[in-house]
Write a protein that binds this ligand. Structure first.
Ligand code: KG4
Ligand code: ZN
Length: 356
């Protein structure tokens, strides 16, 4: 990017309503209104409730983002909005808001792929040079992407069923632990023995970088039920050992597939991870060691920028705008929008991945 433009970013593709102002690599403000409380009673995100909440909260988030950044709409050079993939009602709320603002102020607007936002975050936080490899690993995504430019992505592999965060959340539910499941499983695993129970290492016998996590949940369910049938319930140590075994299986699979993805990535400047699951200490350490063994910089952006936010959309919007120019008012909201148009669709792909 040659000029440090000021970008308003909007994100509303799942259950976080977010607005942010980014100038160059400076995040002037980043507001995230999460909807956890609204969906808590339903055990998952209800699309209609999410869409209504986005429509109600977007203008408030934008106002706060402008206030926090001490700028006005007149200072904004570009409006960047997540135009997919995601829940269509939420994506539409953001796209319509961006169009309204753009039409009213004459400010150019650009639609951003949500996954491009995640994938370009290491450039926002660490100014990593192209090309680099990124592993997106969250409750909604799991894929390896080689990033050659703001609009040049190659998918090396992705989950064919659940995303790892989804598997952590289900594991926690099956063992009576709190949500979100990742941190609870990680805590319990600290006092567990990862070798007590046998967990599979799905898809390691298949060449390539595709992943699968739904079998781990089935394995866990079987072990849990066998213990309950045998002893009438679960001891805290059983829960810890199950958590440790499950976490080790996820770690091993992600490490081995990362090794293959790195082998297949010539000339890269670094290996990055993003997404909520990248907060897992054991996983992070194992991936860092893998990178270090190759003398490759390992980039793990701070968690607030790994999870859904609008700063990543604003930053990606700036880079994409510099390359392609603005979108016009015909910009449409896309529930499905693969980053790598040439990659074949994965079978499942996690909560958001099938669409991605
Ligand atoms: O990226 P994220 O905030 O949201 C989306 O999925 O879009 O990721 C949330 C996921 C949840 O499934 C949560 O259980 C998982 O990340 N997670 C973790 C940890 N912290 C959060 N998984 C494993 N270990 C953790 N420490
Ligand atoms: Zn996301």
């Amino acid at each position: 990017m040659n000029k440090e433009i000021t970008v308003l970013g909007l994100e509303s593709s799942c259950d976080d309503t977010a607005a942010a102002i980014v100038r160059g690599r400076d995040i002037l403000s980043s507001v995230v209104a999460d909807q956890t409380a609204l969906h808590a009673a339903y055990g998952g995100v209800v699309p209609e409730i999410a869409a209504r909440a986005h429509a109600e909260k977007l203008d408030l988030c934008i106002e706060r983002a402008l206030d926090d950044a001490k700028v006005t709409l007149n200072d904004i050079d570009v409006i960047a909005v997540t135009a997919g993939p995601g829940l269509i009602g939420g994506v539409l709320s953001g796209v319509m808001m961006a169009k309204g603002l753009s039409a009213a102020t004459g400010t150019p607007m650009i639609g951003v792929n949500h996954l491009a936002g995640h994938a370009l975050t290491p450039r926002l936080t660490d100014n990593v040079g192209y090309p680099y490899l990124i592993l997106l690993v969250s409750g909604g995504h799991c894929q390896f992407l080689r990033v050659d430019g703001p609009t040049a992505f190659s998918r090396l592999g992705s989950t064919i069923d659940d995303a790892p965060g989804e598997a952590f959340d289900k594991t926690a539910r099956l063992l009576g632990l709190t949500q979100p499941g990742g941190p609870a499983v990680e805590r319990s695993a600290l006092s567990g023995d990862e070798s007590r129970f046998a967990f599979p290492r799905p898809l390691l016998d298949r060449a390539g970088c595709d992943l699968s996590f739904s079998g781990l949940k089935t394995a866990l369910l079987r072990q849990r039920d066998a213990l309950i049938a045998d002893q009438g319930g679960l001891h805290p140590q059983d829960v810890s050992d199950l958590c440790a075994g499950f976490q080790a299986a996820v770690r091993d699979v992600l490490v081995e597939k990362s090794r293959r993805a790195l082998d297949a990535s010539t000339g890269i400047t670094g290996f990055a991870v993003a997404g909520g699951v990248a907060a897992n200490t054991e996983l992070r350490a194992a991936l860092k060691a893998l990178s270090a063994a190759r003398d490759l910089p390992f980039i793990a952006p701070p968690l607030a920028l790994c999870t859904d936010n609008a700063a990543m959309i604003a930053y990606a919007g700036a880079e994409i705008f510099a390359e392609t120019g603005a979108d016009d008012l015909s910009l449409s909201a896309r529930p499905r929008w693969p980053l790598d148009q040439s990659a074949p669709a994965a079978l499942g792909g996690g909560r958001k991945g099938a669409k991605a």
